[in-house]
Design a protein around this ligand. Structure first.
Ligand code: AMP
Length: 221
């Protein structure tokens, strides 16, 4: 089985839900750059201050910032057996940076040890999903008011905390994030196809159907 799982797909395509399930199943870390950056913003670190301006506009945070966040994280001991990358790389420039980071660390090699899993889904469906997405600030559970609502409106089923809408899930920023995705991230599909490590997953399906298909990609190769 592969060691590095790179998840690609537009915002709201369901990557977060599936990557969390996979991380539990494989007992490897789920590294989500969006959450790492939001944590820096919450803690008011210098890095978070820089990141916030870009996140609020739906733009990519500069490579130097994201690169150091990722390298520090994957150098940690819990990544020695493998890890899941969710939201990184997000451009060809970042993909090339990932290869340099892997060379520097020396444990894994992209071509032999990694698979890039692309979540294929229509953008308009996703914009609706994003603006209806709510998450629990305490335990991280993700809901959707249309397709996967909590039992009590606006409260987490698991820990009863009031659910929140991410600041960048409003319609204007959501549309900007799609534009950024099309321009910067979509070319990665071709990039990883050329490298021979791309697998495509139809993402306009239920959570359990996507999960079944994902397991096939992960365990049958
Ligand atoms: P996400 O939670 O993955 O939707 O990311 C939220 C925001 O964080 C994005 O819209 C970007 O502004 C920023 N971000 C997350 N990952 C990256 C990355 N790999 N490179 C640059 N910016 C990122």
């Amino acid at each position: 089985m592969k060691k590095i799982f790179i998840f690609l797909g537009p915002p709201g395509s369901g990557k977060g839900t599936q990557t969390s399930k996979l991380a539990d199943k494989l007992s490897i870390p789920h590294i989500d750059t969006g959450s790492l950056l939001r944590k820096n913003i919450q803690d008011n670190t210098p890095l978070g201050v820089v990141a916030k301006g870009f996140i609020d506009k739906g733009q990519l945070v500069p490579l130097s910032v994201v690169s150091s966040v990722i390298e520090d994280r994957i150098r940690k001991e819990d990544c020695a057996q493998g890890y899941i990358l969710d939201g990184f790389p997000r451009s060809v420039e970042q993909a090339q940076e990932l290869e340099k980071i892997l060379d520097r660390i020396g444990t894994f090699n992209l071509k032999n040890d990694a698979v890039a899993i692309y979540f294929d889904i229509d953008n308009e469906i996703l914009i609706q999903r994003l603006i209806n997405r709510r998450s629990c600030p305490k335990c991280g559970t993700i809901y959707n008011l249309l397709s996967n609502p909590p039992k009590i409106m606006d409260y987490c089923d698991i820990c009863d905390t009031k659910l929140t809408l991410r600041a960048d899930d409003n319609e204007q920023t959501a549309r900007a994030r799609f534009e950024t995705y099309e321009k910067e991230t979509a070319p990665l599909e071709e990039y990883y196809k050329q490298l021979g490590i791309l697998k495509e997953l139809e993402a306009d399906k239920s959570i359990s159907e996507i999960w079944d298909n994902l397991k096939k990609v992960v365990f049958e190769d």
